[in-house]
Design a protein around this ligand. Sequence first.
Ligand SMILES: C[S@@+](CC[C@H](N)C(=O)[O-])C[C@H]1O[C@@H](n2cnc3c(N)ncnc32)[C@H](O)[C@@H]1O
Length: 276
Amino acid sequence: MPEPITQTAYWNGDVGTRWADMQAELDRVFSPLTAALIDGADLRPGERVLDIGCGCGETALLAASRTGPDGAVAAVDVSRPMLARARTRPAAGAAVTWIEADAQTHPFAPEHDIALSRFGVMFFEESRAAFANIRRALRPGGRVAVLCWRSLAENAWVTVPRDAVLTVLPEPAPSPPGGPGPFRFADGDALVDLLRQAGFASAAVARVDRLLEIGADQEEATRFSATVGPIAGLLREVEDPALRERALAALRQAMPAERPVRLGGACWLATAVNPG
Ligand SMILES: C[S@@+](CC[C@H](N)C(=O)[O-])C[C@H]1O[C@@H](n2cnc3c(N)ncnc32)[C@H](O)[C@@H]1O
C-alpha cells in the first residue's frame, strides 16, 4: 500500500493551486456560510484574531475589516500557493500577518481573543492535540468559532454531482473513520466532545443551512463541481479520458436547470471558550 499523502503535501500540490485559481469563485459560492461564521464570531473592534487554515484569506480579510485598525489578525496555513494568493489581496482595517505553519503544533503566543476557521480544522492528523494547541493560542476567556461541513448526505451541493458521476465511475473506498477530510466532523456531538477533551468550556454546535449558488447555469455549475471539492477529487483519479468525459456528461445532466444553479450546503458552527 502506498503511504497516504500528508495534508501539507496535499494542499501544496495541484489541489492548493486549484483553490488559489478559484479563490474568487469559491468565496462567492461560500459567501452565505462565511457570513454565518463572521456573524457567529461576533468580532469586536481591537480584537486579536487567529484564522486557522486561512487558505486564500477571505475570512482573515473580513476579520481585519471587522476588528479595525486597533485589531490584529494572524492567518495561518500550510499551503504556499493559497497563502501566495492571500498576500496579493487588498486588506483594510487590522494588520494581517500571513504565517506558513502547521496550526496543529505551531507555538502561537497565548494572546488571541478568538480563533476562527472556515473549513480549515477538518484536515488535522491529530485533532485533539491540534484543538488543544489552538486553545493555548487564546487568552483566558478567548473563544473559538469554526465552520465545518455536516454529513455528506446533508450536503446536496456534493451529493447531486456525486450521485451523477457514480452512475459512471466506481464507488470510491470509504475514507478511514476519524481521518482528515471535509466530512471529518459530520457528527456534531463528537466535535463537541473533542473540543471538551482539548480543554475548552461551553462547547456547542449550531446548524447552518444555506443555499449555495454554484454557478450561473448548468455549464458553470459543472465546471465548479469538477474543479474543486469532493467531486473534483473523484474525477482526478480517472485515468481514462473517455470515462472522464462520460462522468462529466452525467454531472452536467444532473445539474438543476434553474438559473442560477443553487444547491444546499449544511454546516456546523462550533463555538467554545478557553476557560484559562
Ligand atoms: C478546505 S480549505 C479552506 C481554506 C479557507 N479557510 C477557505 O475557506 O477558503 C482547508 C485549508 O486548511 C489548510 N490546512 C490543512 N491542514 C492544516 C494545518 N495542519 N495547519 C494549517 N492549515 C492547514 C489547507 O492548506 C487549506 O488551506
